[in-house]
Design a binder for this molecule. Structure first.
Ligand code: PLP
Length: 311
């Protein structure tokens, strides 16, 4: 818990300390998704990730530990020179396939991967980007319930609002499902605000994943579509793009609170939370919660790469 100068208590949920791969909120998705694969007897994992990703680094230890076959495609987004892309994936370069930007090259690569896998008599599991699968969302949902349990056990008031970074929005989708279940079980409503860091129709993907997961679980209570709240004003034109003030804010957060936050994901969310704190009504005496989703350790290096590629 920290005292924020803009007023009030800010709780920080430290998923950056999850201690697996790079750590972070993705551990929750990974745990459930690979657990699901194991119980269903799938032995080959096929998916696609972008150039700038923490997911890949988090998944590799699990893929290796359980001896899954895997084919992962890296889509060229944000667009980078080949040498830079190879550098980012140097620990796994032999095992990933670099594909061009755009949906078509992704789709054809995935179909090819599926075909080769079936041909080898494997049981392939084709997962949408960012583990946007109900098993992933359920992992995130358990995280939200864990947060509520921890606060209730320690007698701290539940937050009125949770700020979470939304890249694909898988985590946000899971949180909204969990919040809805808790709400119907008589807990205080919690507003969940996603801060968009990846451009595109994230809203639609989130709604789709929520409905898919509700059906997957056979839930009767459905999350109303208007509960998906996304702040898009901190996108600054794209994934991985941010003005110097966001980078400065991240450095300052490190000095003030000893938290490692990068400007690609968490810094944008922190900024949105600060605008919210500055405007919120004084009558709101419940704390605010910032969900620390993890950290991109090479963001300094990426900063240079993305800017070079833009020129
Ligand atoms: C992946 C990631 C997120 C958000 O994940 P989604 O579930 O895809 O929205 C947020 N912050 C960091 C640092 C991440 O690596």
């Amino acid at each position: 818990m920290i005292e924020h100068p803009l007023g009030g208590e800010v709780l920080v949920k430290r998923d950056d300390l999850s201690g697996y791969g790079r750590g972070g909120v993705k551990t929750r998705k990974i745990e459930r998704l690979f657990g699901y694969m194991l119980t269903k007897g799938y032995n080959e994992f096929i998916t696609v990730v972008a150039n700038v990703t923490n997911l890949m680094h988090d998944m590799v230890p699990v893929l290796e530990r359980y001896n899954f076959h895997w084919q992962v495609f890296i889509v060229d987004e944000p667009q980078l020179p080949t040498i830079a892309r190879k550098g980012l994936f140097k620990d796994v370069a032999e095992k990933v396939h670099f594909v061009g930007p755009g949906k078509l090259s992704v789709a054809s690569s995935m179909i090819w991967a599926l075909f080769t896998s079936l041909n080898r008599k494997h049981h392939p599991f084709l997962v949408p980007p960012s583990l946007m699968h109900p098993a992933g969302a359920i992992g995130s949902a358990s995280g939200f319930i864990e947060m509520v349990d921890q606060l209730e056990a320690s007698g701290i008031s539940l937050p009125s609002t949770v700020f979470i970074t939304a890249a694909s929005g898988t985590t946000l989708a899971g949180f909204l499902i969990a919040e809805n279940i808790l709400r119907h079980a008589g807990h205080l409503p919690i507003r969940v605000i996603g801060v968009q860091v990846y451009p595109g129709r994230v809203h639609l993907w989130i709604l789709g994943l929520i409905r898919w997961t509700e059906r997957f679980l056979g839930l009767r209570e459905r999350v109303p579509a208007d509960r998906i709240e996304l702040i898009s004003s901190n996108l600054y034109g794209g994934f991985g793009i941010y003005p110097a003030k966001v980078a400065d804010l991240c450095r300052q957060i490190h000095v003030d609170y000893d938290l490692n936050i990068d400007p690609i994901f968490g810094g944008k969310t922190w900024l949105a939370m600060e605008s919210y704190l500055a405007q919120r009504a004084v009558s709101d005496n419940r704390p605010i919660l910032y969900w620390h989703c993890g950290y991109t350790p090479d963001w300094y290096r990426l900063d240079q790469l993305v800017n070079q590629a833009d020129e």
